[in-house]
Design a protein around this ligand. Structure first.
Ligand SMILES: [Zn+2]
Length: 423
């Protein structure tokens, strides 16, 4: 939806002159013509592995579709967007974090009200299909859902502005089932700096640190996607539980402020955290990011025009953005980006910190997906590609979902300990 479009607008405004390090796509996972038998064997093994394990995506903006006036039905197979129950089933995706998101400029009581509305929308839409999908609060709930062949639905609040500067709202979010909160979104909150805004607080304020501790106490995972580097390091220092980056990729491959530097990934991993790789084209491909910045010189004005045209109709915004992008690609102004780029990011992070600290955070229904990974039905490709690269079954399982469950369990343990110490 329009949120990652905001990123693109930020990129156009803030010319971040940093050295370009864009790795050339490796073709290691392309099927060798000389290995047909073993290749087929790998395809079968990968399929079996993929459909027998946890496949959990930590960031999906499908919630915005629940707001649509046309009436989005999670149980129907759509030809647009990326997420619905049929395509999740087809792609073996059995865990999803629905993102609760509102524009970062909305603050105070109105922000809380809109966040609560969206939480209610997720809960009621999930409750319509109890045979297929069930709201989960804990890692144990997710395991139970999997055992019952149901999709585990979870929630993440994308932006600390939605607590309206009231720490008690953190407790209410937790009670309603929110399992992570991103400390900021596109703009700074009044207590945390964002990666796409001018630094105002030098990271987290004292209140911001209090928010992190309260999240620990409630078992809400601390999400550092979108935050400034300083906010990340502050949160890492304060949090008693491991952090997640719910939807960020690797700066070493695509130099974007929304991505994480190698040093940050190492620091995150050293404290048990996980980087959940984002599939957004401008976060994974340097050539695309640079070309988009060049082609969309008037992007701010253009976004304003779209906002006027579409109002608060997110689907209209998404459709118009897509149309513009397709036009730019057809005119040769934007390069094609294919799904293998996502594998490069996974592999980079795994080589850097090991398979225990990497996962999937697509940004489906909220960003521009690469060719070949347009929706949840395409996910088995990731498993097959990693297997072709020689990844062990155990490592693939961790990346697909077990790492997320491990961090959830760690957050639950910290919560139980803090509550026991100070009821
Ligand atoms: Zn985002």
């Amino acid at each position: 939806m329009l949120r990652e479009a905001w990123m693109r607008s930020a990129r156009a405004i803030a010319t971040l002159a940093v050295a370009v390090v864009c790795l050339v796509a490796t073709n290691a996972f392309v099927r060798s013509p000389h290995a047909t038998v073993s290749a087929d064997d790998i395809a079968a093994r990968a399929h079996k592995l993929h459909f027998s394990t946890y496949v959990i995506d930590t960031h999906d903006d499908t919630t915005q579709r629940f707001l649509s006036k046309s009436g989005f039905d999670l149980s129907k197979r759509y030809s647009d967007g990326s997420i619905d129950i049929p395509r999740m089933r087809e792609g073996g995706m059995n865990g999803i974090f629905f993102s609760i998101w509102i524009d970062g400029k909305i603050m105070g009581p109105e922000a809380i009200r809109q966040a609560l509305d969206q939480i209610d929308l997720v809960r009621t839409n999930v409750a319509k299909y109890p045979k297929d999908i069930v709201l989960c609060r804990t890692s144990e709930d997710v395991r139970r859902a999997h055992a019952e062949n149901k999709i585990a639905a979870l929630m993440g609040v994308e932006g600390g502005h939605m607590i309206g500067n009231d720490i008690h709202i953190v407790n209410i979010f937790a009670d309603l089932g929110v399992r992570y909160m991103t400390l900021s979104h596109f703009y700074n909150t009044e207590w945390s700096d964002s990666s796409t805004d001018k630094p105002a607080h030098n990271g987290l304020t004292d209140f911001g640190k209090e928010v992190v501790r309260e999240m620990n106490r409630d078992g809400i995972m601390v999400d550092i996607s979108h935050v400034s580097d300083k906010t990340f390091y502050d949160a890492l220092e304060v949090s008693k539980a491991p952090l997640i980056a719910s939807h960020s990729s690797c700066r070493a491959i695509c130099d974007h402020v929304r991505d994480m530097s190698d040093d940050m990934i190492k620091a995150l991993a050293a404290k048990g955290g996980v980087i959940q790789i984002n599939y957004e084209k401008s976060f994974i491909d340097q050539a695309y990011k640079d070309a988009y910045a060049k082609a969309s010189g008037g992007v701010v004005q253009h976004l304003d025009e779209l906002k006027k045209k579409c109002g608060d109709d997110g689907e209209c915004f998404e459709r118009e953005m897509k149309k513009d992008e397709e036009k730019l690609i057809a005119e040769g102004k934007l390069p094609h980006v294919t799904w293998e780029k996502v594998i490069e990011h996974i592999d980079h992070a795994v080589k850097l910190v090991g398979a225990d600290h990497v996962g999937l955070g697509s940004d489906f229904d909220g960003a521009n997906m690469p060719e070949g990974l347009e929706d949840a039905s395409k996910l088995p490709k990731i498993t097959e590609a990693l297997m072709r690269k020689g990844y062990s079954d155990a490592d693939i399982r961790k990346i697909l979902g077990e790492n997320t469950l491990r961090v959830m369990a760690a957050a639950e343990k910290v919560s139980a300990e803090m509550k026991a110490q100070n009821p």
